[in-house]
Write a protein that binds this ligand. Structure first.
Ligand SMILES: Nc1ncnc2c1ncn2[C@@H]1O[C@H](COP(=O)(O)O)[C@@H](OP(=O)(O)O)[C@H]1O
Ligand SMILES: [Mg+2]
Ligand SMILES: [Mg+2]
Ligand SMILES: [Mg+2]
Length: 358
């Protein structure tokens, strides 16, 4: 992708996601070895806070005036000295294997107090004005614990519009032609896995192996959604967690579309990346609750990456996702993502199935 704008933003976003992914992988493997508490919640907490601190440090170093909307806040850390120390232990020596790249991100965080302070820099209310970064340090926390899919997510919005997106997916196969996959499993190795997706508005989307060194910002492999005219041959993906989207409604829609393949369940925005590179075709996220508001950090990067790959992303009413309202997608309900040419047809069936609820 040749860039006239947002080159520096993309470079920093990709490097920041790479560095944070090094930390999340360390946490996962150290959990497996038993050196990080096996207690269900703590590895996620450690990974979430650590990755968020590292990403915010990189953004603050490069774009000190930009606002940041990040998922986590440090209250829990402030009252738990042990947790703070465990996280600092990992954060302080997580770096890229390239001094110049590490320098670009501002180098290591000074000390544990600076780390806690950085985490809280992600407390912007969001909105429709100016430059705002959205961070999900680990999306798919449930997947992360199982060795399933998860994603380190970062996007830049300008005046409410997503301009740059980067998604690190450590457990997706590097191979763009690999089938949809649920993850690497609890005890497998990372061999052959780890993808970095990115996109800049108007410039397409790319994938590349998730690495630990510097990168040429224009050198990713362009990706595109699969051209599909026969929807019965489509592959669709959905959340693993039934509490996050309605498996029942999604099955009914899939059946109505005549889709014969079994849905692939995977956690996180790895779903957006997977359909963007044609490993799947459709991503449905139909609401289970009337009141839940989707969070902007769960969708910003993926929305841009899919649309820059030839896809369309709307909610169940056919409205584009609106990132300009605040920390949540308060103006939207659910997500329907599909190749542009068939999105209208998919949406029609979504609305038929949901008609009782709309
Ligand atoms: N009731 C609900 N409906 C939809 N999404 C929900 C939800 N409760 C939690 N989530 C979000 O679902 C995300 C995971 O999505 P998926 O199911 O596609 O893996 C979570 O991100 P985190 O894992 O970052 O907390 C969380 O923000
Ligand atoms: Mg999330
Ligand atoms: Mg998260
Ligand atoms: Mg969460």
């Amino acid at each position: 992708m040749r860039l006239d704008k947002y080159e520096k933003e993309l470079q920093i976003a990709q490097l920041a996601v790479q560095r944070a992914s090094i930390l999340t992988k360390r946490v996962f493997h150290e959990k497996a070895k038993g050196t990080v508490d096996k207690n269900d919640k703590s590895p996620v907490t450690i990974g979430d806070f650590g990755a968020q601190a590292l990403i915010i440090a990189a953004l603050q170093h490069n774009f000190p005036d930009d606002a940041i909307v990040a998922e986590e806040e440090s209250a829990k850390l402030k009252e738990d000295a042990n947790l703070r120390a465990t996280i600092w232990d990992l954060v302080k020596d997580t770096k890229l294997d390239d001094a110049a790249a590490e320098e670009l991100l501002g180098g290591p965080i000074k000390d544990v107090d600076a780390m806690v302070e950085l985490i809280d820099k992600g407390n912007s209310p969001g909105g429709s004005q100016g430059r705002i970064w959205a961070i999900d340090p680990i999306d798919g926390t449930k997947g992360f614990l199982r060795g399933g899919q998860y994603a380190v997510c970062l996007a830049l919005m300008v005046d409410g519009d997503v301009k740059v997106g980067a998604l690190g997916c450590p457990n997706l196969p590097i191979d763009n032609d690999a089938r949809l996959t649920a993850g690497i499993g609890e005890n497998q190795t990372d061999e052959g896995h780890g993808v970095l997706f990115s996109a800049v508005q108007g410039h397409g989307a790319t994938s590349r192996p998730l690495a630990t060194v510097n990168l040429d910002v224009e050198a990713g492999t362009p990706i595109s959604m699969r051209a599909i005219d026969d929807l019965t041959k489509a592959n669709f993906c959905e959340s693993v967690e039934a509490g996050h989207s309605s498996h029942g409604d999604q099955a009914a829609i899939s059946q109505k579309l005549g889709i014969t393949a079994q849905s692939v369940r995977m956690d996180s925005q790895a779903k957006y990346g997977s359909i963007a590179r044609g490993a799947g075709d459709i991503y449905l996220r139909l609401p289970v609750s009337a009141t839940y508001q989707e969070k902007i950090w769960d969708h910003a990067a993926g929305d841009l990456i899919v649309r820059e790959s030839g896809g369309q992303v709307t909610d169940i009413h056919g409205k584009r996702l609106d990132f300009s309202i605040g920390r949540t997608l308060a103006g939207n309900k659910g997500v329907v993502a599909a190749p542009l040419a068939v999105h209208g047809k998919v949406l029609e069936v979504v609305q038929e199935v949901l008609s009782a609820k709309l």
